[in-house]
Write a protein that binds this ligand. Structure first.
Ligand code: UDP
Ligand code: MG
Length: 320
C-alpha cells in the first residue's frame, strides 16, 4: 500500500520513544543523554521517552527514576519481574501516547540518530519504518550466523516475513500501535506481527554499533525462545508438513504398486502415509485454533471511498 503524506495543521505530532531495559545501569545515563540530544533536534515534533524496566536486579530502576525526575518528557514503568524483551516492548507501546512510536534498545547498539530519518519517512506517510542492519559491530560470529540463518528460514516459510536484517528498532504509526496493543498473542514476536497488518512499510539502512557497555541480556535460552515464537506465530508449515509427507507416501506407494503390479508396495508405505496424513489433519485443526486464539483482526482497512453530495470523498487511512 502506498503512503500518504501526513499534515498536522494545528499541533505538532507527538513522537514516543520506548526503551526496554534489563540490567542496563551501566549505559542508561549515556543513552538518555544521546537520545535527548537527538529528540531536541527534531523541531517538528513533541517528544516523550518511555523507559520500561523489565525487572532489573541492578541499579537500573533507581537510575530511570532520577532520569524521569530531571526531565519532564521522560516517563518510566517497572515490570514486576523479568518478562522478557518482547513483553517489555509491548508494555512500552501500550504506555505510549505518540502519533508515532519508536522502539529502541537501551545499549546504544541502535544509534538514536537514525530516529530523525525514521520520523521524516513517517511524515511522508509510511506507517512502519524499520531500521535495516547494514553491518553489525561487536557481535559474535555465532550470533551473526544464527541470526542470518534463522531469518532466511523464516523468510522462506512465513506468509508475511519481516524484512531481512531488521530487529525491533522500528518506528510505528499510532494505528499500528493500537492494533498491536489489543493483540491477545501470548508469545509475542513483534517484528513478525508488524508485517502481518500490511500497512505501508519501508526501511532505513544503518550500521549497528557495538554495545556501549555491559554484556548482552539475550541469553541463548531467550534467543531460542524468541526464534521459536517467531516460527510458531508466522508459519503453519510445520503443522502441515506431516499431511504433505503422508500424501506423498500414499501416492508414491500406490504408483509403485501399479507399476510393479505388487500391492505389497502400497501396503509398505500405506500405514506410515495414513498416520502422517492423520497427524496433518490434527495440525490443521490446531492451526485453526491458534489463529482463533491469536485474535488478530479479520482485516485492516487501507482506504475508503465515500460519495458526498455528488463528489467522491477519499477518507485518508491515517488520522490527520
Ligand atoms: N532486554 C529486556 N528484557 C530482557 C532482555 C533484554 O528488556 O529480558 C532489553 C535490553 O536491556 C536491551 C534490549 O532488550 O535494551 C536488547 O537486549 P540486548 O542488547 O541484551 O540483546 P542483543 O542486542 O545482544 O541481541
Ligand atoms: Mg544489544
Amino acid at each position: 500500500m502506498l503512503p500518504k503524506r501526513r499534515v498536522f495543521d494545528s499541533r505538532r505530532p507527538l513522537l514516543s520513544v520506548v526503551v526496554p531495559c534489563y540490567n542496563e545501569a551501566e549505559v542508561l545515563a549515556h543513552t538518555h543523554d544521546r537520545l535527548s540530544r537527538v529528540l531536541d533536534g527534531l523541531p517538528d515534533f513533541d517528544c516523550e521517552q518511555i523507559y520500561v524496566d523489565d525487572g532489573s536486579a541492578d541499579g537500573t530502576w533507581d537510575l530511570i527514576n532520577s532520569l524521569a525526575r530531571s526531565s519532564g518528557s521522560t516517563r518510566a514503568m517497572r515490570l514486576s519481574r523479568n518478562f522478557g524483551h518482547q513483553s517489555a516492548c509491548l508494555a512500552g507501546l501500550r504506555e505510549s501516547r505518540g502519533d508515532a512510536v519508536v522502539v529502541i534498545d537501551a545499549d546504544l547498539q541502535d544509534p538514536p540518530e537514525v530516529i530523525a530519518e525514521m520520523a521524516a519517512l513517517w511524515r511522508d506517510g509510511w506507517s512502519v519504518v524499520s531500521a535495516r542492519r547494514r553491518s553489525r559491530a561487536g557481535e559474535t560470529v555465532f550470533k551473526r550466523a544464527t541470526a542470518a540463518a534463522f531469518y532466511r528460514v523464516l523468510g522462506a516459510i512465513s506468509d508475511r516475513p519481516p524484512e531481512l536484517d531488521t530487529g525491533d528498532f522500528r518506528l510505528m504509526d499510532r494505528e499500528l500501535v493500537e492494533l498491536l496493543s489489543v493483540s491477545l498473542e501470548q508469545d509475542l514476536y513483534l517484528r513478525g506481527a508488524v508485517s502481518w497488518f500490511g500497512l505501508p512499510e519501508t526501511s532505513v539502512p544503518y550500521d549497528r554499533d557495538a554495545r556501549y557497555a555491559g554484556a548482552s541480556k539475550y541469553t541463548l535460552r531467550k534467543m531460542l525462545a524468541l526464534s521459536r515464537n517467531g516460527l510458531l506465530a508466522n508459519s503453519s508449515l510445520p503443522l502441515r508438513l506431516p499431511a504433505y509427507v503422508g500424501a506423498l507416501a500414499l501416492v508414491g506407494g500406490a504408483t509403485a504398486a501399479a507399476v510393479r503390479r505388487d500391492v505389497r508396495l502400497l501396503a509398505a508405505s500405506g500405514a506410515f502415509g495414513v498416520q502422517a496424513l492423520a497427524l496433518g489433519v490434527v495440525g490443521e485443526y490446531l492451526d485453526a485454533v491458534l489463529r482463533q486464539v491469536r485474535g488478530r483482526p479479520h482485516y485492516v482497512v487501507g482506504e475508503r471511498l465515500e460519495a458526498i453530495s455528488g463528489s467522491v470523498h477519499l477518507e485518508e487511512r491515517v488520522a490527520l
